[in-house]
Ligand binder design. Structure first.
Ligand SMILES: [Zn+2]
Length: 632
């Protein structure tokens, strides 16, 4: 939530390459092809290595003009001097691979030896008798658990395969568990899972969770020693009886509500981001998250450290309002919804395209009923066509803000003493054709990562993503200025402000659009050249068309492989910047030597950034046409 999630979560440093042996990319690039032939193997890291894989990737450095063969087969050599041959096949046992580089009359040879070992599943299964055991570190769930009646919770533990596993909570009865299968064989896996359903009845706190494993006389895995093993992990389970309302209050602004508990890169999709002092109903706790009942049929989760419990018996807040006012000032349209301190219920914001083809922004309140009878529209509101209030379900009220145009240009919400104020941004004034629609606009840019530690993904030749992003943004800024636009930067120079600061800077600037520039990275274990291409990303629906326009131009003008236009992406700056259309470009893959060489080539960079500028212009021109039609 607070800048902890960065793109680091899914980029991966090229760990399989001997970084110490590398030169800085700026020296390596454009190396004089007349210089003396060198040959350095970077992957595998050591001249002698062992693996269980059926093939090995060979990556190294030589002169960009050299010809390289690996095991007699040609390798690809890039402008960085990096050469690669992916997936060189290995026989079981020892393999010698000869790498030859040739340039003019010079010849350099390196040899690596790779010992391929048989995988576990290739060897014969062990029939040796085993002792009964249960592994504490594999227990699910861990830590403090609170459940309400009817809540289901999966319990799991690893132990000796093929036996009889059971669990119990407190002094309750033992309940059978099921051993997982791995889908590829019938062999027992030793992973046992069961499900606990919280009963009603009296409240009980800090009950122990226990596991028991008994020898199965019918199992092919023969047991020696004791016939029964038990395990009591540190997990403590508290059962609530469901007869009390329990509330918690957000401690600060920016508390994220998520739909479920699961591990995903960059965090889960946010259902809502709440300001300080919002009161929610809690029904349980798991994995450090409170379980929240938004309505009788809709739940959510929030990090336990973001909420403080209120005394049991505190009455829950409930929101209803009769009056909504819609008006405008010089900058934007404003919708004011009563939201008194005594009724700070959770709410979420969802921009989307309405059924009539007009943009809409929905404000959903949870713990409310519909009482609006006076929705006052003033002519000073220019972008908003109509505000409607409806109640789609019990305890759920929706304020639907419908715009005149299919395009939303941005929104902000602010909690004042007694109101929730939603600002809807108006379309900018665009200069007339044939001038570039960029003229007179301010564009916010972010060069991803920065500073000595947050260097981003590492390129195969040793380049750093932060530098590649910096060079791209400098070029993009130059081209935007040439079109008459102004540029503001979320991360000037080599600074490294946290992601929330970057987002706030962009929102506080007078920018019309926000473009974040990154470079991608992928797992290289199945080949350095396997994953390549350019891609674009956006979070909110109203940013989709801008992102799509840039994606199309990138493919057309750079001829790169397509890695997609990706929606619902959770990178914090493009999620938090809602005051303007925002998107992110992953130029190409740092992990791919061909992509990396392209990103380090100034000419290619200029073409790529020209594609970004042209994509923005395409989208703005379409907006300009749309505005013309509407004004007719
Ligand atoms: Zn990045």
């Amino acid at each position: 939530m607070k800048g902890r999630l960065t793109l680091w979560a899914f980029v991966r440093v090229c760990s399989s390459v001997a970084l110490g042996a590398m030169m800085l990319f700026s020296h390596a690039y454009g190396e004089d092809s007349a210089s003396k032939l060198t040959l350095t193997i970077l992957d595998p890291e050591k001249a002698a290595t062992t693996t269980t894989r059926e093939a090995v990737n060979v990556l190294g450095r030589t002169l960009p003009a050299a010809k390289v063969t690996v095991d007699g087969q040609p390798a690809r050599v890039f402008a960085t001097g990096i050469f690669v041959r992916d997936q060189v096949p290995l026989a079981l046992g020892s393999n010698r691979i000869e790498i030859v580089a040739e340039h003019g009359n010079e010849r350099a040879v390196e040899t690596i030896s790779v010992e391929r070992l048989a995988r576990k599943d290739e060897s014969t299964p062990t029939t040796a008798p085993q002792r009964l055991q249960l592994e504490a570190r594999t227990v699910e769930p861990q830590g403090e658990i609170i459940l309400s009646p009817g809540d289901e919770m999966v319990v799991a533990v690893n132990g000796t395969p093929g036996q009889i596993a059971e669990y119990r909570v407190g002094e309750g009865r033992w309940v059978g568990m099921v051993e997982e299968t791995d889908g590829t064989s019938t062999a027992p896996t030793g992973r046992y899972r069961g499900v606990f359903v919280a009963p009603g009845g009296s409240e009980r706190s800090e009950l122990a969770l226990q596991f028991r494993l008994r020898a199965n006389p019918k199992s092919p895995v023969r047991i020696v020693g004791v016939r029964q093993a038990t395990l009591t992990p540190k997990t403590k389970i508290t059962l609530w009886d469901g007869t009390k309302v329990r509330l918690a209050r957000t401690r600060a602004d920016g508390v994220g509500l998520v739909h479920g508990l699961h591990e995903v890169r960059l965090g889960g999709p946010y259902l809502a981001v709440l300001p300080k002092d919002v009161v929610v109903r809690v029904t349980g706790k798991r994995q450090g998250y409170w379980h929240i009942a938004l309505t009788p049929t809709f739940d959510a989760w929030a990090s336990a450290q973001d909420l403080e419990l209120l005394p049991v018996g505190t009455p829950p807040p409930h929101l209803f309002f009769t009056l909504v006012s819609v008006w405008g000032d010089d900058l934007s349209d404003v919708v004011t919804i009563p939201y008194p301190r005594s009724a700070r219920v959770p709410f979420s914001m969802t921009p989307s395209l309405g059924p009539a083809g007009r943009a809409q922004l929905c404000v959903d309140f949870y713990g409310a009923h519909h009482a609006a009878t006076w929705i006052s529209h003033r002519p000073s509101a220019k972008a908003i066509r109509e505000v409607r209030v409806e109640q789609p379900a019990r305890e759920h009220v929706r304020v639907n803000i419908e715009l005149n145009s299919p395009q939303l240009w941005g929104y902000l919400t602010e909690v004042t003493t007694g109101s929730l104020v939603v600002r809807v941004r108006r379309a900018p004034q665009l200069v007339e054709a044939p001038e570039s629609p960029l003229k007179g606009l301010t564009i916010a840019l972010e060069a991803g990562h920065g500073g000595p530690k947050n260097t981003g993904a590492r390129g195969v030749s040793g380049s750093m993503e932060k530098d590649i992003n910096r060079m791209a943004v400098d070029e993009l800024a130059r081209q935007l200025r040439e079109k008459g636009a102004e540029v503001v930067e979320a991360r000037p120079g080599d600074s490294n402000p946290d992601l929330s600061t970057r987002a706030r800077r962009v929102t506080e600037s007078s920018a019309t659009l926000f473009i974040s520039i990154h470079a991608n990275s992928a797992d290289q274990s199945r080949g350095y050249l396997r994953v390549s291409g350019t891609s674009t990303y956006y979070k909110h629906g109203f940013c989709r068309d801008l992102s799509d326009a840039i994606h199309k131009r990138l493919l057309e003008m750079t001829k790169m492989d397509d890695f997609g236009n990706v929606g619902n992406f959770n990178y914090l700056p493009i999620r938090e910047v809602t005051w303007m259309p925002s998107m992110l470009v992953e130029q190409a893959f740092m992990s791919n030597p061909e992509d990396e060489a392209k990103m380090l080539d100034p000419e290619f960079r200029s073409t790529m950034m020209k594609a970004v500028v042209t994509g923005i212009e395409d989208w703005l021109s379409a907006q300009r046409e749309l505005q013309k039609q509407q004004n007719k």
